[in-house]
Design a protein around this ligand. Structure first.
Ligand code: DX5
Ligand code: ZN
Length: 219
């Protein structure tokens, strides 16, 4: 199974969101990553269900919503109604994680959990049976355009080994600072989804860049 690329809309020109979405859809994006920030869990604000519903009308691609908020439970139904397909919550934010991921599945979305860079893989120990994917943050969440934290490569490797042992069907998603230089290694580790904001939206040729992230071509 080849790696999938999820452009992060945080890096697009929101004043031209319809054209930006059309451009990455036409360029071969596999899914769209949608970063939700509340200014509390992370020191930044982004967008919410209304923009998600707008994006839903622009494409049939899966919408992968990443909740960087202190109270994700309040946003499960709104994002389900807004047409999201996948919803991830941070283990650092949620007290009753079983309830939260169970609810996400009940409303018809694929549940995922996200880990901040220094949250150890052991924090997932009880999660494997309940989630469809793990989002491994390779930058501190809150902003696009940051540099990949090099030590995270080893963490991704350890999570890949744990995934094989615990539940191979769980997807590994890497988010933050993904670029052509680290994509090769991430693919070889067995990462399933590469989230890429700056790398895709700043590229002169978005199609070629997404193909290169998947390892199909060189640029
Ligand atoms: C960071 C977000 C990421 C971000 C990635 O808080 O969760 O999804 O948009 O952006 P790049 O690819 O520019 O690091
Ligand atoms: Zn994200």
């Amino acid at each position: 199974m080849t790696v999938r690329v999820a452009p992060s809309l945080l890096a697009c020109d929101l004043g031209r969101v319809a054209e930006e979405v059309a451009s990455v859809v036409a360029g071969g994006a596999d899914l769209l990553h949608f970063d939700v920030m509340d200014g509390v869990f992370v020191p930044n604000l982004s967008f919410g269900p209304a923009l998600c519903a707008t994006v839903r009308r622009l494409t049939t691609l899966p919408l992968d919503v990443h909740l960087m908020v202190t109270n994700p439970d309040a946003l499960i139904e709104p994002f389900a109604e807004a047409g999201a397909n996948r919803l991830s919550v941070h283990v650092e934010a949620v007290t009753h994680l079983h309830r939260t991921v169970t609810r996400i599945r009940e409303v018809g979305l694929a549940p995922g959990v996200a880990l901040n860079p220094l949250t150890p893989p052991a924090a997932l120990e009880e999660c494997w049976p309940y989630v469809d994917f793990i989002v491994i943050m390779t930058v501190n969440p809150g902003f696009g355009g940051q540099r990949f934290i090099p030590e995270m490569l080893d963490k991704v490797r350890r999570l890949a080994a744990l995934r094989s042992a615990r539940r191979p069907a769980v997807e590994l998603v890497v988010d933050g600072g993904v670029e052509l230089e680290n994509a090769t290694e991430l693919r070889s580790i067995g990462v399933d989804v590469l989230v890429a904001g700056t790398t895709v939206f700043r590229a002169a040729d978005r199609r070629a860049t997404m193909a290169a992230l998947r390892g199909e071509v060189r640029v």
